[in-house]
Design a protein around this ligand. Structure first.
Ligand code: ATP
Ligand code: MG
Ligand code: MG
Ligand code: MG
Length: 357
């Protein structure tokens, strides 16, 4: 069986996708599969790289170079370029494949690629169309979490047109229902891109303009002083949860720089929490997964206050998968190594595909 690995992509999380894809590729190869890397450039071109052959290729040979023309390198620093293809050409008649879309953010994690793969009739790893769209959209997912009685911090949501027509009223509305500091977020994004923490009206208005560069729809949330805990979910209708992990961070806002550049974050797994609190988090995580119609995998993120109040922050249907990412490390701590985790994800993809046939 050949695994088609889609990575890169046009979202702001392009570079993270490359690092995730690299580590997933290594695990797939250990499982004796062939890997067909398909690199999507920042401008949306699809490049088909040479096929990577099973266990004979040592992972050291798979060093990946980042940047706009990233490809799978045959040796560190040495780049083997791909052939430009039409996206539909990832389906090759008579060849069986499972697609692993290692794409984060819009045009990857939001149901668009998933819909494309459905139309092509290819099995793929991870959430389906509905779950991807539900999970990526912070406004929709908040409505679904409310519906499932999962506690969240207070928030307001609006779109660009409303902001252009009545910004004064919207600021008043936010200030009426929420207490500073506030977090302003584009509805569809990830890796903290476009997110600002603000402490007054002037900053709020500026942050909304920043977020509007990434999406037409905006969420403004009440800021909370809390630990951030995350839990991994794996499975289709039979989904199960991992241990809970906690981020031990230097700063309060886990922004892009903190996540990927400073690497100031240490993961505590399992999180030092009373058992009942950990169980509550796991229970909410499964509820959230079902609320969005999850399948395959998700990482569900929570805020936990010093008095152990738990609030869901968000769900990520294609979480970071680098060796330093929470998702694979949560499973490792739960007794599932990354190779077996990848194998399980591939089997789940096939099972969902076959169930629909
Ligand atoms: P991811 O990379 O996990 O997909 P994201 O871009 O979807 O992240 P969020 O998780 O919503 O963004 O927010 C990014 C970070 O900002 C959080 O991890 C947390 O550190 C901080 N943050 C977000 N909302 C709040 C809030 N309401 N109160 C306190 N901190 C917050
Ligand atoms: Mg997110
Ligand atoms: Mg994300
Ligand atoms: Mg997050």
């Amino acid at each position: 069986m050949k695994i088609t690995l889609l990575y890169g992509g046009q979202s702001a999380e392009h570079d993270i996708s490359i690092i995730s894809a690299h580590s997933i590729c290594q695990a797939i190869m250990y499982n004796y599969y062939q890997v067909q890397p398909i690199y999507i450039t920042k401008t949306g071109q699809w490049l088909k790289a040479p096929l990577l052959e099973g266990p004979s290729t040592s992972p050291e040979q798979l060093t990946l170079t980042a940047g706009d023309t990233a490809h799978w390198a045959s040796a560190p620093g040495e780049v083997s370029s791909g052939v430009v293809i039409n996206p539909g050409e990832i389906k090759v008649e008579g060849e069986e494949t499972i697609v692993f879309p290692v794409l984060h953010g819009p045009n990857g994690e939001d149901g668009t690629i998933q819909g494309f793969l459905e139309v092509l009739g290819l099995p793929y790893v991870g959430a389906g169309v509905t779950a991807s769209a539900n999970g990526m959209d912070k406004i929709i997912s908040k409505r679904l979490f409310d519906n499932s009685n999962i506690p969240q911090v207070p928030y307001e949501a609006f779109d660009k047109r409303e902001w252009r027509e009545s910004s004064e009223e919207l600021i008043q509305k936010c200030e009426g229902s929420l207490l500073y500091p506030l977090f302003v977020k584009p509805a569809n994004m990830g890796s903290s891109v476009g997110i600002s923490k603000v402490s007054d009206r002037q900053e709020l208005a500026e942050a909304i303009e920043v977020a509007l560069k990434y999406d037409r729809r905006i969420v403004v949330e009440q800021g909370i002083t809390a630990d951030e805990c995350e839990v991994a979910v794996l499975g289709n209708d039979d989904a199960h949860v991992s241990e809970v992990g906690k981020l031990l961070k230097e700063s309060e806002f886990y922004d892009y720089e903190e996540k990927y550049i400073n690497n100031q974050v240490i993961m505590q797994i399992p999180a030092d929490l009373p058992e009942a609190v950990a169980e509550k988090i796991q229970d909410y995580a499964l509820k959230a997964y079902r609320a969005i119609d999850g399948s395959g995998l998700s990482r569900v993120d929570f805020f936990v206050t010093s008095s152990y109040d738990v609030y869901i922050n968000e769900i990520n249907t294609m979480p970071g998968f680098t060796p330093y990412s929470m998702y694979p490390n949560l499973w490792k701590a739960t007794g599932l190594n990354t190779r077996d985790l990848i194998e399980e994800l591939l089997q789940l993809a096939l099972r969902r595909f076959n169930a629909k046939q």
